[in-house]
Design a binder for this molecule. Structure first.
Ligand code: FAD
Length: 576
């Protein structure tokens, strides 16, 4: 049951309180309420996703930035980006960032999960052991245009009975076929990969997206579909902005945190309220919100907390450290075609027709995301000696990518150039060594934290980005592009020129993780144990992207869903 006022809640005590109705939070809410004996309250700062048009239309995925559905965070100036700061989008809406992300469904490599298992000392996080959780999450569906998908994915590695819809592109451009043809023309360096979600991610292939019959599938539309939202043991309070978790006692010398204090997101000065969990409080507020709430609650680095006027209760210095994100650079070529995104974006008549197609039939370009093909690639052997001369290879393993290509049929970031048609290969460093921070700045819990993703602060990330850009340029040497591409827009060639270009152009892909990282039980680093319980306290777990100790070589929603599905089993097992 979803409500907007505290007075509409049945009470102020529940078995479980989940802070954040986002990607992970709604999975846990769904799974815990499968048992009618468990009562669950979800506190979500944002509003309903139900009538938010730009959340539903896949092609419009960038249009919720700087709206009420976005936290509208801004980063600190970043030295690696020449002192630029940037907007840092994050979902402030039911479904969290799954209601506004780019919809790409990418799991990462098997190496990524096997490394999580090694790093945490818990084999339960290994690729083989998390397979059931991918399948519980995934509901493979037909693309919106019902095209024949043979040869575009491997059914053996997918889940057909899960909750969250995943599909191949529902609208394919002739451009996309050119990309696939280029893989057969340059198979050595750019092999076709039938399914980048098989665990073996290397190569270029068709993107899979969280889209159901042409419409976004988020944690809100799937895990909170009407049949689940109706459950009488599940309560969701919208516009509830959590300020802190509160200490309620102690057990074996450890403080217990089972109460949650929250304010009204639409009236932050209004008196705050409290709710209490009989069993556990679960923080699912995302890689920014979770460490911020922990710090507001006095859980963090004692010195930092004191310096901003917060009374420290638990010294856990890794809280808010280790912020890891993927830097992205758009590489743009002018092309000899009018069948690209810009044409429709500039021409109101075409745009209206495409929108009508979507409104009436959930078909056409709006039924697909903004990129239908992507690639996961490694620094080539002949460059690795120079790229890795000072650093160890940061990939999770030999089957894991260093960089990604996001290959799009034109520019989508508004405003698009006034003339010309384009193709864009976004290059993304997926094994960054740069680390940043999320730090509370004040004892006022509603003052935004300092967010410093510190992108490209490591010279290795810059070197991999250069390698990725050069690879993208080699990809455009395939014969299929000879009459299609008119010219490259960006003229940087030497290392120094490329570095200047990269620092000026790089932005985030918003894959932030790591700010409440898992580490082995008893480790003196990290924030949560491998079962996601917060170290040195009782009653509190973290279940969201912030627990991933390293960013996977992937967009992060699939990994977040898997964390949430497994966490739900761990929590259930504690309370059977
Ligand atoms: C613009 C963008 C595009 C992306 N594109 C992709 C993509 O194409 N594919 C992909 O796999 N990943 C993508 N990602 C990343 C992916 O969506 C996230 O990693 C994932 O959704 C994170 O899930 P989460 O549960 O950790 O956090 P969220 O889903 O953000 O959930 C956190 C929830 O907690 C709420 N909250 C926070 N603080 C409080 C508080 N104090 N009180 C109450 N509630 C609070 C928030 O409002 C939110 O609902 C993208 C991210 C962004 C921002």
């Amino acid at each position: 049951v979803v409500v907007e006022r505290v007075t509409d809640l049945p009470g102020l005590e529940y078995d479980f309180i989940i802070v954040g109705g986002g990607t992970a939070g709604l999975v846990v809410a769904n799974r815990l309420t499968e048992n009618p004996a468990h009562s669950v309250l979800v506190l979500e700062a944002g509003g309903s996703n139900e009538n938010v048009y730009n959340s539903k239309v896949p092609f419009y995925n960038g249009r919720l930035f700087n709206t009420a559905a976005d936290w509208n965070f801004t980063t600190t100036p970043m030295p690696g980006l020449g002192g630029r700061s940037m907007g840092y989008p994050s979902g402030h809406i039911l479904g969290g960032t799954s209601s506004m992300n780019g919809l790409a469904y990418t799991r990462g490599s098997s190496d990524d999960y096997n490394r999580y298992a090694r790093l945490t000392g818990d084999p339960g996080w290994s690729w083989d052991r998390v397979q059931p959780y991918f399948r519980k999450n995934e509901h493979w569906t037909e693309p919106a245009d019902h095209h024949n998908t043979t040869g575009q994915f491997n059914p053996a590695v997918h889940g057909f009975h899960g909750v969250n819809a995943v599909s191949l592109p529902g609208f394919i451009y002739s451009f996309d076929h050119r990309v696939i043809q280029a893989t057969s023309e340059l198979p050595q360096e750019f092999p076709f990969n039938l399914d980048m979600n098989s665990g073996n991610q290397i190569g270029i292939g068709w993107t899979q997206s969280t889209i159901k019959a042409g419409e976004r599938s988020s944690s809100a539309t799937s895990y909170l579909a009407p049949k689940y939202a109706r459950r009488r043991n599940l309560h969701i309070l919208l516009h509830a902005r959590v300020s802190r978790v509160l200490r309620t006692g102690s057990s074996n010398g450890l403080p217990i945190f089972k109460s949650v204090e929250f304010g009204n997101d639409r009236s932050l000065d209004a008196p705050r309220k409290r709710v209490t969990a009989r069993k556990e409080v679960i923080l699912s507020s995302g890689a920014i919100g979770t460490p911020h709430i922990l710090q507001n609650s006095g859980i963090g680095d004692i010195q930092h907390l004191r310096s901003v006027g917060i009374t420290p209760l638990v010294h856990l210095p890794s809280v808010g450290q280790n912020l890891t994100d993927h830097p992205f650079v758009a590489n743009t070529w002018r092309v000899n075609s009018t069948d690209t995104f810009e044409t429709a974006i500039r021409n109101a008549t075409i745009a209206e027709e495409q929108e009508r197609l979507w409104n009436e039939m959930r078909m056409g370009p709006y039924a697909a995301s903004t990129f239908n093909v992507a690639g996961w690639l490694r620094v080539p052997e002949n460059e690795s000696a120079s790229v890795f001369k000072e650093f160890m290879d940061p990939a999770a393993g030999p089957g894991s990518a260093h960089f990604e290509f996001i290959i799009a049929n034109g520019a989508t970031r508004l405003p698009v150039p006034e003339t010309g048609n384009f193709m864009v290969i976004g290059t993304v460093v997926v094994t960054p060594l740069s680390r940043g921070t999320v730090l509370a700045t004040s004892s006022d819990p509603f003052r935004p934290p300092n967010i410093n993703p510190n992108l490209l602060s490591s010279p290795l990330d810059l070197a991999i980005m250069r390698s990725a850009i050069r690879a993208a340029r080699r990809f455009t040497q395939a014969p299929v592009w000879s009459s299609y591409i008119l010219g490259l827009e960006d003229k940087a060639v030497t290392d120094a020129e490329l570095d200047t270009f990269i620092r000026g152009a790089a932005i985030t892909v918003s894959h932030e993780v790591g700010t409440a990282a898992m580490s082995p039980r008893g480790a003196d680093w990290g924030v949560v144990d491998p079962d996601l319980r917060v170290k040195k306290v009782k009653g509190l777990r973290v279940v969201d992207a912030s627990v991933l100790p390293l960013v996977p070589a992937a967009h992060t929603q699939a990994a977040t869903y898997v964390v949430a599905e497994r966490a739900s089993d761990l929590i259930k097992a504690t309370w059977t």
